[in-house]
Design a protein around this ligand. Structure first.
Ligand code: 3HC
Ligand code: NAI
Length: 695
């Protein structure tokens, strides 16, 4: 530990955890703590030790970047540090502020005393990484805040404000004002009163009815946990805090579960998501200190499906929105939809009347471009026609103030072309929201050839403010997500022609973990959208092959849930998909017309063809630089397309299966019908041959 992180204040040694950004307990910091504890104990002039965090956290926990590397286990490991602290002869006081999470909280729990500033986030969030607290948290937390409260925190991973725990044995005192001064004053009391060292491990848990509670907890947790093993392991470990022969036996149960979980693909997937989401916000050639443009007022053009949802994101974040339409009727309809959405949240108890009113008050409906004059960011969400986009952007170029960011929500048009309608292409960017835009996490930020770096940096920050997972995409047809889904949809159609029915495909994919199979998804999104795109493609790229089944379905007027019928039937007010005989007959007839003998297709083939078609297109996207990194593609699929979370996205999944296995399966499909779609992308073939992975 450097001298600046070990300081002596009279008879108190202060050890400052200093490892920005969140004082993750990496090897260097751990060494610093054990050295500091030893030094203080060796110094006859020291009578108490304070552990405090520098910067914006006490500690965010174990350093996740070290997981599965030798550094994580290198001595002193976290257990050793905790032993040093717990067995210190001199009282160790943890002073918590801002963030005390995971291993950070576990370290504090091993100290003899704990004090906290109000507003500190206290949590054992390991379950969100597919783990359980592995440094005594499952054994110590129940001893200080009670079994039920501790289990709640551990199974949910949710953070609790320190003041809410002020009355439990977790904290000896709450400190208002300067935390270090408070800690020194508290240390003086401990010394003056010769307070005995309190070890949480020695506290007894008295919980006579625990069996019934644990059974109840298991029953509650199991269905929510789905494919993730961690939540039930959390319950087991907390149970061991009550049932184990002694504290160390309980620790052993926790340790074994931790070592098991850390190797599971589910935990790897969740950790991949944690880092992937943060990595996505970084743009290789845009420095972190790029000056940002101020975004205080937003304009949205078009009050339809997307415009309304987009506006709500900003209203929710307290940013005023001017929403523009061409006609009063469309404007009124858009405003009414927003109000109805908020009222529905109010009814469900998710929003107060006061919040509803304040959000609606931030919304200014307008029919005049003049009202956009002072907007800092203007997002266009009008009809998907290049001529209309041209009119809108030419008009925006006239009225928007210099420096305003001009964004398009287009899902298929060329952002460079749109930028070219203005004399300020550097200010133009694509902001591709997903429907429903107020709910879906994903935002594709489409970087045009001329988009300025500060525009990109600014929209990435705006995305964070409106709680979206933003991923940069280059300009291409469909950007990252829809370009990939086109291949997936194509294979789904071919599977129908070759022998499947919609239900079989959906079930196989849903069993794999997708929120919805391709046909149920089509019914939700509207089958006519894909139909319109295909019609355009038949003109532009006549050689591009699609299954006819999707077109035939639309010709039957079955557009999906909105018409009460799509690949399936729907009953009013019921989203359950009921198979329909006419649709199935249409599929069978289609095979016949193609002269295909239908065959039995395994679930494995269905999943491989759908998922590997995503992977292969993604490899092209990566190679062309449309996506910056493989994990960005995973973020798109996890937050926008219902890809199973526990599999970490198509790229991590392919890595897990092994790229040579992926390529091998593709070669097999290349020998089958429409084998032309199974040529491995050069990047995929190269990585597989070199034994490498995407991530
Ligand atoms: N280890 C390493 N890096 C971490 C980290 C950790 N535990 N926690 C956060 N970081 C990094 C992030 O990756 C990010 O890095 P970047 O700037 O290079 O992208 C940076 O810290 C800031 O993170 P956020 O953007 O999330 O900042 P916020 O201020 O919004 O949130 C936080 C801070 C609340 C600490 C949040 O980062 C968080 O929830 N972190 C995860 C905490 C966690 O899961 N801890 C448990 C670790 S596992 C453990 O302790 C095992 C033990 O039981 C044995
Ligand atoms: P929509 O048809 O629901 O809404 C479009 C609105 O724009 C209408 O209310 C219309 O009156 C208005 N409008 C048309 N021309 C205008 C003009 N010149 N000035 C002002 N208002 C005008 O369409 P939707 O679905 O909201 O789509 C809008 C854009 O978002 C399109 O570019 C679409 O490709 C894109 N998008 C749509 C998604 C979806 O799932 N619906 C998903 C992602 C992007």
């Amino acid at each position: 530990m450097s001298s600046e992180n070990y300081a002596v204040h009279g008879n108190v040694a202060v050890i400052t955890l200093n490892n920005p950004p969140v004082n993750g307990l990496g090897h260097a910091l751990r060494s610093g703590i054990t050295e500091g504890i030893t030094r203080a104990n060796d110094d006859a002039g020291i009578q108490a030790i304070v552990l405090i965090g520098a910067g914006k956290a006490f500690s965010g926990g174990a350093d996740i970047t070290e997981f599965n590397t030798p550094a994580a286990l290198a001595e002193p490991n976290l257990h050793t540090v905790i032993n040093f602290v717990e067995s210190s002869d001199k009282p160790v006081i943890a002073a918590l502020h801002a963030v005390a999470m995971g291993g950070g909280l576990e370290l504090a729990l091993a100290c003899h005393f704990r004090i906290a500033a109000p507003g500190a986030k206290i949590a054992l969030p390991e379950v969100k990484l597919g783990l359980l607290p592995g440094a005594g948290g499952t054994q110590r937390l129940p001893r200080v805040i009670g079994v039920e409260a501790a289990l709640n925190m551990i199974v949910s991973g949710a953070d609790v404000p320190s003041e809410q725990l002020a009355k439990t044995a977790l904290f000896d005192e709450m400190i208002e004002g300067d935390l270090l001064q408070g800690a020194l004053a508290f240390a003086a009391k401990v010394v003056a009163e010769k307070r005995p060292l309190k070890l949480v491990r020695d506290m007894k848990i008295d919980y006579p009815g625990y069996e019934a509670f644990m059974q109840f907890a298991r029953n509650m947790v199991k269905p929510v946990a789905g494919p993730f093993p961690a939540p039930l392991k959390c319950v087991d470990a907390v149970a061991a805090a009550i049932t184990a022969k002694n504290f160390d036996e309980g620790l052993k149960v926790e340790r074994e579960a931790f070592l098991y979980l850390i190797q599971t693909p589910e935990s790897k997937a969740l950790r991949h998501f944690f880092f992937g989401e943060r990595a996505a916000s970084k743009i290789a050639d845009v420095p972190a200190d790029t000056p940002l443009r101020k975004i205080e007022k937003v304009g949205v053009i078009g009050a339809g499906t997307m415009g309304g949802g987009i506006s709500m994101n900003f209203l929710n974040a307290g940013i005023p929105v001017t929403m523009l339409e061409m006609k009063q009727e469309a404007l009124d309809k858009g405003v009414a939809t927003i109000r109805r959405n908020y009222e529905s949240s109010l009814k469900k108890g998710k929003l107060t009347q006061e919040k509803l009113d304040s959000r609606m008050a931030l919304l200014k409906p307008s029919l005049s471009y003049d009202d956009l004059k002072d907007a800092d960011l203007i997002i266009e969400a009008v009809f998907e026609e290049i001529g209309i986009k041209e009119q809108v952007f030419k008009k925006l170029d006239e009225v928007a103030k210099p420096g305003a960011i001009l964004a398009s929500n287009t899902s298929t048009l060329d952002v460079n072309k749109i930028a070219g309608f203005t004399k300020r292409p550097g200010d133009v960017v694509g902001l591709h929201f997903f429907s429903p835009a107020n709910v879906m996490k994903l935002l594709e930020v489409v970087r045009g050839a001329a988009t300025a770096k500060d525009v990109l940096a600014t929209v990435m920050q705006v995305a964070k403010k409106i709680r979206k997972t933003a991923v940069i995409s280059g300009v291409c047809d469909g950007f990252i997500g829809n370009r990939m889904i086109e291949q997936y949809g194509r294979q789904a159609g071919f599977l129908l022609e070759e022998g499947c029915l919609p239900e079989q495909v959906d079930k196989a994919v849903e069993k794999f973990g997708f929120a919805m199979g391709p046909f149920r998804m089509g019914d939700l999104a509207g089958n006519d959208i894909g139909w319109a795109i295909r019609k355009r493609r038949y003109q532009e790229r006549p050689n591009m092959k699609y299954s006819k089944t999707g077109d035939l379905l639309c010709e039957m007027g079955r557009y999906g849930q909105k018409t009460g019928a799509g690949w399936y039937d729907y009953k009013p007010g019921d989203r359950t998909a009921y198979p329909n005989q006419q649709v199935n007959d249409m599929v069978l007839q289609c095979s016949k017309d193609l002269g295909l003998e239908r065959r039995k297709i395994s679930d494995r083939e269905i999943v491989e063809r759908l998922v590997y078609s995503l992977v292969n297109e993604a490899a092209y996207i990566l190679e062309e630089g449309i996506a910056q990194r493989a994990s960005d593609i995973d973020m798109v699929y996890l937050t926008g397309y219902g890809f199973p979370f526990h599999r970490g996205g198509p790229m991590l999944y392919a890595d897990t299966v092994g790229l040579p296995n992926v390529v091998n399966a593709m070669r097999k499909y290349a020998r089958g019908r429409h084998g032309e779609f199974w040529k491995p992308a050069p990047l995929l073939a190269k990585l597989a041959a070199e034994g490498k992975t995407f991530n």
